[in-house]
Design a protein. Structure first.
Length: 347
């Protein structure tokens, strides 16, 4: 077994603290890589606090993981010792269901193995995430990174990046489309970058006028303050798509009114409570309310390659792992531009 250093939560009421555990030996199809950087996702905080469902403890969060390969199994093709490697939100899936066969492992009908707070495909061995010094992952769930990329700033692409890239690709958002990005946080700032790169006319919708300058710097063409009734009125019936990255409660009916006929409101954020949606908000204008979860492995690789070719990375603040609690406090207040990334050398 491989002795592994980590930060873990022992239960939902105990803050993260140093913890040591054992990862499995490198099997014939496994890649082991030492973790250099791990992004801090809002879902890390939700899961250690049991906000969504009872978690598996001790819990080592982290699913935006980049590093360098230190060992490969005998059947591994495509990775060798010294290569860069990355892993996102999943470490395995059943491989045989209709969704896995369509490269949609994130929607595996038998349950994909989440990178942490999940179970391996034996459905009993817990998974532990990237707030740790090393990880062992089946080769099919390890992503390639190009040498020379800014590794720390690439880390958030593994969750925040693919979560916004995948729906924009699925709905073929691009030239001639008006895209609204709702919320300018970790996900939202990536959605702006991708929307602009795909050629869409991008508007940021935010409750905070202070974010306008940043939105424009990120490439957004327009900015609408959603607490200003005049600006909201002027934005009615204007967008082809709204990419909704907000994880707090909000009024879907108001946002649906901003869509043009046949417009699509795509949810990628996870508010704590179910929303009230009036049927009239949808049928007046044949509108759709949709959702999208991360992306499959093939698409995640495509996204990483696209980002490398187009110089797209996340805007980050690097932290030492001992400062994770302060980072969580600031993240809860929306006080981060735009993703914290842990320098794992500080573990
Ligand atoms: Zn995430
Ligand atoms: Zn499957």
């Amino acid at each position: 077994m491989i002795e592994t250093k980590a930060y873990a939560a022992q239960d939902e009421n105990t803050p993260l603290a140093p913890w040591t555990f054992e990862r499995r030996e490198v099997g014939p199809n496994d890649v082991q890589f030492d973790i250099l950087y791990c992004g801090v996702c809002h879902s890390d905080l939700h899961q250690i606090k049991n906000d969504w469902f009872p978690g598996i403890f001790p819990m080592v969060p982290g699913h935006e993981i980049v590093g360098r390969v230190v060992k490969v199994g005998e059947n591994v093709k495509g990775f060798k010792v010294g290569d860069l490697a990355a892993t996102g939100c999943m470490v395995d899936s059943c491989r045989v269901c209709e969704n896995c066969k369509r490269d949609l492992e994130q929607y595996c009908l038998n349950g994909s193995s989440q990178t942490y707070n999940g179970l391996e495909q034996d459905h009993k061995t817990p998974t532990y995430g990237g707030y740790s010094n090393t990880i062992v992952v089946n080769q099919d769930f390890v992503l390639h990174l190009k040498e020379g990329v800014d590794l720390a700033a690439v880390a958030p692409l593994l969750c925040a990046g693919i979560t916004t890239y995948s729906p924009l690709r699925h709905w073929k958002v691009g030239k001639g489309h008006k895209l609204a990005v709702l919320g300018l946080g970790g996900l939202g700032h990536m959605a702006v970058k991708f929307g602009v790169a795909f050629g869409a006319d991008v508007t940021v919708l935010s409750t905070s006028p202070k974010k306008e300058e940043d939105a424009k710097k990120l490439g957004a063409h327009h900015f609408v303050v959603t607490t200003d009734p005049k600006q909201v009125e002027a934005a009615k019936n204007t967008f082809d798509f709204i990419l909704d990255t907000v994880s707090a409660e909000h009024d879907f009916n108001m946002y649906l009114s901003l869509l043009r006929t046949d417009g699509v409101h795509i949810c990628v954020g996870v508010p704590p409570k179910p929303a009230q949606i009036a049927a009239f908000s949808l049928l007046g204008g044949r509108k759709s309310l949709a959702g999208s979860g991360i992306g499959g492995i093939k698409e995640t690789q495509e996204m990483l390659d696209f980002c490398a070719e187009n110089n797209i990375v996340s805007d980050i603040e690097m932290i030492d792992i001992k400062d994770i609690h302060t980072a969580y406090d600031r993240m809860e207040k929306g006080d981060v531009r735009y993703r914290f990334v842990i320098d794992m050398a500080t573990l």
